[in-house]
Design a protein. Structure first.
Length: 149
């Protein structure tokens, strides 16, 4: 019985990996392949309202989001903190100094209208996780703050 269960699990795993794109929007897949021909480490996730593809391009980890019609609705990528607008850097280093705030990640997010925002997350001395939203012009707003259990 144990061997049968393990064999079934392996078969399901192989079938799932072989047909990972079954629920993924085929138009999005086609557009992605045309736009990002040299992408590597491509991984698709289909949700009810969108499809997300994560991949590496020229050494950068990126994500592209497609709607159900296969149209790009947003993209994101990790960036270095020093790539933020200068006024945002001044505000962040003044109001969220190290320590007690430790940088977790910095993401550049561009929507379908080509508007860019940045999201910067910090861990505050193991007590909470903060996410800041930064505009292209450099204004900084607290987007969320959650306690760490």
């Amino acid at each position: 019985m144990k061997k049968l269960f393990i064999t079934a699990l392996i078969a399901v795993s192989i079938a799932t990996s072989a047909f990972a794109d079954v629920n993924v929007n085929s138009i999005a897949v086609s557009r992605f392949k045309n736009e990002y021909q040299s992408a590597t480490n491509v991984q698709w996730v289909a949700k009810e309202d969108f499809t997300k593809v994560s991949f590496t391009l020229d050494g950068e980890n990126m994500n592209v989001f497609y709607n159900n019609e296969g149209i790009v609705i947003a993209s994101s990528k990790a960036i270095a903190l020093d790539k933020l607008p200068a006024s945002a850097l001044r505000t962040i280093t003044k109001e969220y100094p190290f320590p007690p705030y430790v940088l977790n990640e910095c993401i550049e997010f561009t929507n379908a209208d080509n508007e860019t925002k940045y999201y910067v997350s910090f861990i505050e001395e193991g007590k909470s996780k903060l996410i800041l939203e930064v505009s292209e012009k450099g204004s900084v707003n607290l987007y969320s703050k959650n306690r760490i259990n």
